[in-house]
Design a binder for this molecule. Sequence first.
Ligand SMILES: *Cc1c(COP(=O)(O)O)cnc(C)c1O
Length: 362
Amino acid sequence: MNVPLLDLKAQYAGIRNEIREAMDRVCDSQHFILGPEVKSFEEEIARYCGVKYAVGVTSGSDALIAALMAYNIGRGDEVITTTFSFFATAGAIARVGARPVFVDIDPDTFNLDIPAALKKITPRTKAIIPVHLFGRCVNIDPLVKTGIPVIEDAAQAIGAKDDRGRQAGSVGPVGCFSFFPSKNLGAFGDGGLITTNDEKLADLLQVLRGHGAKPKYFHKIIGGNFRLDTLQAAILRVKLKYLDRWSAGRRANADRYRAFFKEVGRVTLPQDVPGHIYNQFVIRAPNRDRLQEHLKEKGIGTEIYYPVPLHLQECFKELGHKKGDFPKAEAVAADSLALPIYSELTESQQKYVVDHIRAFYA
Ligand SMILES: *Cc1c(COP(=O)(O)O)cnc(C)c1O
């Protein structure tokens, strides 16, 4: 049996005609930059996320960069974030010239340790970027209360809800999303989005994504080309309608894993919380590397998210961190493994995965 980590072909098979119609609509219009498709998508997704405004951008990485630019963050500024995330979270901070200030994680949630983050605040702290990692929301209320801008990295968490039922990207002043194909709402290429309830911020972000021009060819500020592709917006409008169904499928698969894993004592499963949308189903497993190799031999795709915490990345050497600085994140980086969880996964595929994990530890 073959069980890929993610099978987007299965998803596409169910929506092929609708997607092709949407793409034809854009091709026939020959209108490829912004326009009504992007505007409609922004309205639809703002409604979905429970915010007033959404601004489509080129990628999740650029969403973070544009949000930091909107707060005028740069050289000499500090931005607090988790050391356990995809690189873009910290890369964006460094790209605008600011200093990433890393914080360890709560190993039960894989998310930013909020009390530890609060302790890192200095007069130079200009923003805090919590990440709703793997599709599980972190409750950011204590961060928002500080009055420091909180930029939610919700790249992996579209549709996820926090412990008070609030949508990822709608709690802080600004939320950043990615439509990278492996995210729960994936484009046919790159794409991203910024959400906010602040009209002024939304206007500023719209100006920033078009090189800071307002009106055209008049630049009071420097922005970039951060525009979401019209073709991607048309595709995403189709996929957004199915998102809750797909997320429910992921949650059902997580429940099924929990049942199958009952007699496998060696691994730790992710905590089951109602708002989790399982962009990844990440277990902690002793002998992780050998387990991954074993599963690969059996045709089972897995991935390590992420093998090196951000504070130990070579490019951040100048920050002066060393092994042991953030032991919880380091421990998770050493023994966590993402299993297939996509919505179209079958019961027999899941059973096959768990059977081979059980056999490995037997
Ligand atoms: C994917 C991701 C990003 C970056 O999104 P891109 O669209 O790939 O640029 C940022 N942060 C996190 C946590 C991500 O998972």
